[in-house]
Design a protein around this ligand. Structure first.
Ligand code: MOS
Length: 750
């Protein structure tokens, strides 16, 4: 393969650094109007009076839309497994079609004005009175009211093997620990923005999205127009991490405002607006208990969690996911529990479940290693399963111990003296920690067309999503190899519902999903081109067999006989040849979806598929102030085949950076009296800055998984998993203090 695996520069790199790449708030519409949201200041109740007189008088204001004058919308669609677009409902609230308030921060009015400034100023002038109702807003206080989570599409509620509580009670060595993690806000560099325009009954929406088809399907329901009348355009997304997977109020209300004013309307959420109207990561309370024999073999492994959803929506989080797969304990129990609050729906955020679940699990495993007097890597090796521990299924790919082996050597793990507090550099206490990363590998349906033109260029069309990961570059590499053309011959079109429906950019599954269809489409195209050539008088490929033909040098060749694509099409007098995978008719899409899902489920019954890895971290803790600095990082990953060495490393590194934020800084603080987020902005919600991040070394084994397209396992999420655990373990090694409540801030160390 010429391109697959290479560190190819991003094809969209130039467009991005020159500003030519357009994001959703940057599409020029003459006559565009600007919107601003008014948020509720109570968590639950009814609006008894809303006075927009002063707002209306603000110069430039075009409309103040409230529940008193908003046109009707249809309620959010109910989630059904047959129509995945129903998953896109951020919340079930019918915004501005009700006087009810369901969370503190819910949008209750939209101001539209000629300028952004006028809209935002007027939004502050809307006066609201409420009849408040008692609200359940304090997650910690609800611990006793948690109920077992039902199995859902994405997260099984619980599973059990043997009698773990009895095994724990009789184990010669045991730990039974409690962990907490706070909520986290989405803070992608591009805040959520929408530009919407109605042309009669046709709607155009520019929206940074992880699934343009879901956004389209959702808006079709809400505004009661046929799906084909709506076009969602989203070629570039400034990061998303799960925060742009659902349809949040800003999108719906921009479309509504465009309808009311008859103007193109643009809403750019402030950071605070994102925090109040876009769901974040749930907080969690977790119990991890492990029983082990003196030699380290685990006899009992229990992991339970409590997380929150909003009463108006959100999804259960699979906190115990990694615990089902990482250790070969004789008795295992995992159970996820839920509380429902009068709060904004939670949503997915990079490795939902595993990122926080692995913190609790991996910190407990480390603590057990100390208790047993064993090296933590040795303890993991002792409990490495040959098959999936909970149900005996086969692993499609599993090279976790190889990751540790490479990592230990490269990181210098052997030079660590295990005693806590034993490594020092002046006032700095030095600690080293490890933890395992784990994330399931997913695939979704993707429709793709590939068109070869007589000038030798190739156009690939698929409504996938480029959120900064380099997806289009990786797919161009795959297609260039499959067709034997130079990378420069390929043009990619993506991020648009006018294209064949692509997969969600989520669950680390986008690249594998597109690749599967793209490889098939390229194969079909090679066959079509060959059958044209074979029949064309004068073609050197006449009488040849397809099985003997190779795609190379921008053409088809059987040994030295053959010719370029350009020559084949010219000789046959064809302007282009196209191949297609998937269907774009509504019925074809639904049957395709059903067929794909049943194939996927069959596959899942046979295999456990996942990426995994070993995180190595070194911290320096100021012995006077408790300040924690990350001084070194190495992540070694088993992610199957890597398509682009450069963008893959970036993505894994980005996951580690986000994990460092989770471990040391990030925390959504909610006022327990009224459910209001107290730190809804980057001044008070801390994310790591450059000075917080050391140079991060990322390696991968590059061993293809035989059950996945091209052998790739997905890399978007596995990088964050285990990061907080490795840091907590390193902090313990440095200081002798176990911090079991994230974030690990200096006050907790003093
Ligand atoms: Mo992801 S949290 O599946 O965008």
């Amino acid at each position: 393969m010429t391109y697959v695996g290479q560190p190819v520069d991003r094809l969209d790199g130039t467009a991005k650094v020159t500003g030519e790449a357009r994001y959703s708030a940057e599409y020029p519409y003459p006559n565009v109007a600007y919107a601003a949201l008014v948020h509720s200041t109570i968590a639950r109740g009814r609006i008894t009076r809303i006075d927009s007189a002063a707002a209306r008088k603000t110069p430039g204001v075009l409309a103040v839309i409230t529940h008193e004058n908003a046109p009707p919308m249809k309620p959010a669609p109910k989630v059904t497994p047959m129509d995945l677009s129903t998953l896109a409902s951020g919340t079930t609230v019918n915004y501005l079609n009700t006087d009810e308030v369901h969370w503190n921060g819910q949008p209750i009015a939209v101001v539209v004005a000629e300028t952004l400034e006028a809209a935002r100023e007027a939004a502050h002038l809307v006066e609201v009175e409420y009849a408040e109702l008692p609200a359940t807003v304090d997650f910690a206080a609800e611990e006793g009211n948690a109920t077992p989570q039902k199995n859902s599409l994405i997260a099984e509620g619980g599973a059990k093997k043997g009698d773990p509580e009895a095994a724990l009670a009789s184990a010669p060595f045991s730990l039974d620990l409690r962990y907490t993690t706070p909520g986290h806000n989405h803070n992608a560099i591009e805040p959520h923005s929408t530009t919407a325009f109605w042309d009669e009954d046709r709607l155009i929406v520019h929206e940074g999205s992880q699934n343009v088809a879901w956004t389209q399907g959702h808006l079709a329901v809400r505004f009661d127009v046929p799906k084909q009348n709506i076009r969602v355009i989203s070629p570039f997304v400034g990061g998303a991490f799960g925060g742009k997977g659902m349809v949040w109020p800003g999108t719906v209300l921009t479309v509504l405002a465009a309808k009311v004013t008859g103007r193109p309307v643009r809403l750019m959420l402030t950071r605070e607006g994102v925090n109040r109207t876009v769901g974040g990561r749930t907080p969690s309370i977790q119990r991890v208990a492990i029983g082990a024999e003196a030699g380290g073999s685990m006899t009992a492994l229990i992991h339970t969690s409590i997380t929150q959803t909003g009463k108006v929506g959100g999804g259960p989080e699979q906190v115990t996911s990694q615990t089902r797969h990482l250790y070969d304990a004789a008795n295992i129990q995992v159970q996820q529990n839920l509380v429902e609050l009068d709060a904004l729906s939670n949503t997915v955020m990079r490795a939902p479940g595993e990122s926080i679940g692995s913190f609790a699990l991996e910190a407990t495993v480390d603590e057990l290693a100390y208790k047993l007097g064993m090296d933590p890597i040795e303890l993991r090796a002792r409990n490495e399963p040959a098959r999936n521990p909970i149900d005996g299924k086969a692993f499609a790919h599993r090279m976790l111990l190889e990751c540790y082996e490479v990592g230990a050597k490269e990181f210098g793990w052997g030079e660590r003296s295990p005693e806590p507090g034993s490594m020092r550099d002046g006032k700095w206490l030095i600690g080293m920690g490890v933890a395992s990363a784990y994330h399931p590998a997913w695939q979704f349906q993707a429709n793709v067309t590939v068109r070869l033109s007589a000038d030798g260029t190739v156009l690939i069309r698929c409504g996938f999503h480029e959120m900064g990961m380099g997806t289009s570059t990786a797919q161009a590499q795959i297609a260039a190899d499959a067709l034997g053309v130079p990378l420069g011959a390929i043009t990619m079109e993506y991020g648009d519902t006018a294209l064949p429906t692509g997969p969600s950019a989520g669950g680390s599954g986008q690249t594998a999903s597109i690749a599967a269809s793209l490889i098939t489409a390229c194969e079909k195209l090679r066959r079509s081109v060959f059958s044209v050539a074979r029949k064309t008088p004068g073609s050197p490929l006449r009488g040849r067999r397809f099985a003997d033909v190779q795609a190379r040098d921008a053409g088809l060749y059987d040994g030295s006989r053959g010719e370029s694509y350009q020559e084949i099409l010219r000789r046959a007098d064809l302007p282009s040849i196209e191949s297609q995978v998937g269907s774009d008719t509504r019925l074809g899409e639904i049957t395709g979806q059903v067929r794909f899902m049943s194939k996927l489920l069959m596959d899942r019954r046979r295999w456990v598929k996942a990426a995994c890895g070993a995180q190595f971290c070194e911290v320096r803790v100021d012995s006077d102030t408790g300040e924690i600095r990350i001084s070194r990082w190495l992540g070694v990953f088993d992610v199957g085949k890597v398509i682009n060495a450069k963008t893959a490393a970036s993505q894994l590194r980005g996951g580690i950076v986000m994990g460092i934020g989770m471990a040391l800084a990030e925390e959504t603080q909610v006022d327990p009296r009224n459910g209001r987020i107290m730190n809804a902005g980057l001044a008070e919600y801390h994310v790591p800055v450059h000075a917080d991040i050391p140079s991060i070394d990322v390696r991968y084994l590059d061993d293809p998984d035989p059950t996945m397209p091209l052998g790739l396992l997905g890399i978007g999420e596995v990088g964050i998993v285990g990061v907080a655990g490795a840091i907590a373990n390193a902090v313990y090694h440095a200081t002798g203090k176990r911090i079991r409540d994230l974030p690990i801030t200096l006050d907790k160390l003093l």
